[in-house]
Design a protein around this ligand. Structure first.
Ligand code: NAD
Ligand code: LMR
Length: 306
């Protein structure tokens, strides 16, 4: 499998590193607009190959899309990250132009590619990638829910005082500080509902900390996070490589599912070699349905800024 990662910054390089360490792809091409940057990141990563025992070949290019030709998967991480105090939505004016031109360049050289959009505001950038490329709706996936769910599990494990591997849970809705919908009602510890172990107050705390997970890290780091985002993207790329039919909440173009149309927003989907195999419609209760509709309204408002 050939994977292109556009944007060799914090998230792009972390994503390339996890893909290489998991050793499922033959080739990773890093692309950046900054002269020599992707070449440098690729060389640095390749110098870990003997240490980390991987055979994936990582190369880097400066804005040369011919090197990305015939990619199976392309990850778009190009664009600016937020600074403390900002929302993801405030990045739209810079990132929309970048994501549009990158998506157009990618499909010129890889017409059969599956694109994973990471750049923020991610749901709107995923919608924009659809508009810019006209790719079938199964072949563009926004990464947000995989990361938000990992953060949800981290917070649940903290509250439960247990390993994260004991915990299962999912976050749907928009990838924004207010739009995320951590599904505490459905979260479990080894199949037992977490409500058996946690008070309402503890579950409210977990939910709120999950929603602002990205903002908390941005405040601590001075820029947004990259390890968990890189790991989340690499897990999705791996599901495509292995045709795993693995369920991730991710931003999908909806056509009536969950009562929503013409919008990209986080819902559970099965991911395999064709990208999105199926959107899974789970039974939400009335409060969850209302929150998802509210989240969709906010995403639509941001889409209106395109
Ligand atoms: N969806 C998510 O869950 C998630 C998680 C983390 C970060 N993000 C987003 O990902 C984006 C990247 O974050 P980062 O921390 O890696 O930023 P970064 O600044 O470290 O890296 C971005 C890179 O993009 C490059 N770039 C800019 N314009 C380009 C273009 N036209 N073509 C190719 N490369 C270009 C820059 O030179 C830079 O190296 C941000 O928008 C951030 O908000 C999303
Ligand atoms: O928080 C951000 O701005 C980056 C990313 O969307 C994240 O959730 O880490």
């Amino acid at each position: 499998m050939k994977v292109t990662v556009v944007g060799a910054g914090a998230v792009g390089a972390s994503c390339a590193e996890y893909i290489a360490i998991k050793d499922f792809a033959a080739e990773v091409v890093l692309v950046d607009i900054k002269e020599g940057f992707a070449e440098g990141k690729a060389m640095d990563l390749m110098q870990t190959a003997s240490l980390n025992s991987f055979d994936t070949k990582i190369t880097g290019v400066t804005n040369d899309y011919s090197a990305t030709a015939n990619s199976d998967v392309a990850v778009i991480t190009s664009g600016i990250p937020r600074k403390p105090g900002m929302t993801r939505e405030e990045l739209i004016s810079t990132n929309a132009g970048i994501v549009k031109s990158v998506a157009e360049n990618l499909i010129k050289h890889s017409p059969d590619v599956t694109i994973i959009v990471v750049s923020n505001p991610m749901d709107t950038m995923t919608y924009l990638a659809h508009q810019a490329t006209g790719l079938p709706k199964n072949r563009i996936i926004g990464m947000g829910g995989a990361l938000d769910s990992a953060r949800f599990k981290y917070r649940l494990a903290e509250a439960l005082e247990c390993p994260a591997s004991d915990v299962d849970g999912m976050v749907i809705g928009g990838h924004s500080d207010t739009g995320m919908l951590p599904l505490t009602r459905l979260a479990t510890r080894n199949s037992v509902p977490v409500s058996e172990f946690l008070s309402q107050e503890q579950m409210d705390y977990v939910r709120e900390e999950t929603k602002v997970g990205g903002a908390t890290l941005t405040k601590l780091l001075g820029t947004s996070a990259w390890y968990a985002p890189g790991a989340a993207v690499s897990a999705m790329v791996q599901a495509i490589a292995n045709d795993a039919n693995k369920m991730f909440p991710c931003s999908c173009l909806l056509d009536g599912e969950y009562g929503l149309k013409d919008i990209c927003i986080g819902v559970p989907a099965l991911i395999g070699k064709n990208g999105i195999n199926k959107i899974v419609e789970i039974d939400l209760d009335d409060a969850e349905k209302a929150k998802l509709q509210e989240s969709a309204e906010a995403v639509r408002k941001t889409n209106g800024l395109l």
